[in-house]
Design a protein around this ligand. Structure first.
Ligand SMILES: Cc1cc2nc3c(=O)[nH]c(=O)nc-3n(C[C@H](O)[C@H](O)[C@H](O)COP(=O)(O)OP(=O)(O)OC[C@H]3O[C@@H](n4cnc5c(N)ncnc54)[C@H](O)[C@@H]3O)c2cc1C
Length: 374
């Protein structure tokens, strides 16, 4: 398999590299700092305005209509330049692209792609995480609106979001997953309260919980048909699980490069165990890079989505946690810099967000290996 750039890809890479030389915002990694979250919107908009965001999305919504290998080039170059990763919105865009009407797609997607409208994802609830179909938030029709009542939790970017993609029950009289619909709900209205949740690594801006108490969403802002929310959610999570989509591979490679530079800078300070942990993280992140290249190549051949995302997610989790261990081992002891400790702590979340590792294994067992469900 030849993964080298075509002439057009090489030209794009060089142009991006030139732009990054003057436009790197110098933000820390998303996983380690509130400062990243404060600067993320401006970074998204700068990437978009310069023509380096939404490379594989349709032109009608502000994308560039190019093969997804261009997204991988962006991720690669951002990591090489030490720039922050691109915001990961692919799951949201794909969910609306696949399930929204033509009108919804044209109305909602350009603002998401250009970074002017900030969204969060209101799926999980205190009693409905892995078992998402048991969610209790309701949406009741009232004239031209739906009235939303319920409690969402672990809602990433809830403090900065203008809009929330809410899953709510519209029909309690049918099997649980058939009675759910998806809505765009304004976060800036009476009846919506959000409260940041502090993560173990000290970050307060990444996620929160959101209470809807009689919030309103116009019926015209339902995404998909009534009862189609479950299918939309499955599209969203299957895209959330692909490391290529999220640019994570590049993020891991950036971390191991920085750790390797620490060791190279003062080799006498690091023992064989630390070197072994780092070497293993390098091997693992390179393995994931190759895997993502293969998956992107499959996508160029026309395959997309599906249960294979669970394999991607399991691999991604394994690699992130391996890099986290190396970060703790090599950089974690520094008394005056807790960046690496925070990276380690954040890596623990990877086996939970976007569906836990146990759930991914269940999906691999039943949907790829064809084993019985219980
Ligand atoms: C950093 C981060 C960001 C997140 N962002 C968002 C967001 O933006 N929007 C959103 O809606 N949600 C978000 N989540 C929530 C995430 O999707 C849920 O935490 C996840 O789906 C697990 O749900 P839960 O926490 O309720 O755990 P539970 O479902 O209660 O699971 C508890 C434990 O039981 C295990 N378990 C449960 N069911 C089974 C089963 N059938 N078989 C085997 N084991 C099982 C799980 O694997 C887990 O170990 C985020 C989570 C994190 C950590």
């Amino acid at each position: 398999m030849d993964f080298s750039d075509s002439p057009a890809e090489a030209e794009f890479r060089a142009r991006l590299r030139g732009w990054l030389a003057d436009n790197n915002p110098g933000l820390p990694a998303s996983s380690t700092s509130d400062e990243y979250w404060a600067g993320q919107a401006a970074w998204h908009q700068a990437l978009y305005d310069a023509g380096f965001f939404g490379m594989s999305w349709p032109v009608e919504i502000g994308g560039h209509g190019l093969p997804s290998v261009y997204e991988a080039i962006v991720d690669d170059e951002l990591a090489t330049a030490g720039a922050p990763p691109r915001p990961s919105l692919g799951y949201l865009v794909q969910g609306i692209l696949h399930h929204g009407s033509e009108g919804i797609r044209r109305r909602l997607l350009p603002g998401i792609v250009n970074g002017r409208d900030r969204w969060c994802q209101g799926f999980s609830e205190p009693e409905a995480g892995s078992d998402l179909a048991s969610l209790r938030t309701t949406a009741v029709r009232d004239g031209e609106d739906y009235v939303i009542t319920g409690h969402k939790v672990w809602t990433s970017y809830s403090d900065a979001a203008d809009w929330c993609l809410v899953l709510a029950r519209t029909d309690p009289g049918v099997p649980p997953h058939k009675g759910i619909s998806a809505f765009r709900v304004s976060m800036r209205q009476p009846g919506v309260q959000q409260q940041p949740l502090r993560m173990i690594n000290g970050i307060t801006r990444e996620f929160g919980e959101v209470l809807f108490d009689g919030a309103r969403a116009p019926a015209a802002d339902m995404i998909g048909e009534p009862g189609e929310g479950w299918r939309l959610a499955m599209t969203v999570v299957s895209h959330e699980r692909e490391p290529g989509e999220l640019g994570y591979v590049a993020r891991y490679r950036k971390a191991v490069k920085e750790l390797a530079a620490l060791v190279a800078g003062s080799p006498d300070d690091y023992g064989p165990e630390q070197r072994r942990e780092l070497a293993w993280a390098m091997v693992e992140s390179e393995m994931l890079r190759q895997h993502v290249c293969r998956r992107l190549s499959d996508r160029l051949d026309g395959s997309s989505g599906g249960p294979e995302g669970s394999v991607d997610k399991l691999l991604m989790t394994q690699v992130e946690q391996c890099v986290g261990h190396a970060a703790l081992s090599v950089g974690g002891a520094a008394a005056d810099d807790d960046t690496w400790l925070k990276l380690y702590l954040y890596s623990r979340a990877q086996s939970v967000m976007g569906g836990t590792s146990q759930i991914q294994r269940n999906l691999v067992a039943t949907r790829i290996l064809g084993l019985p469900a219980s």
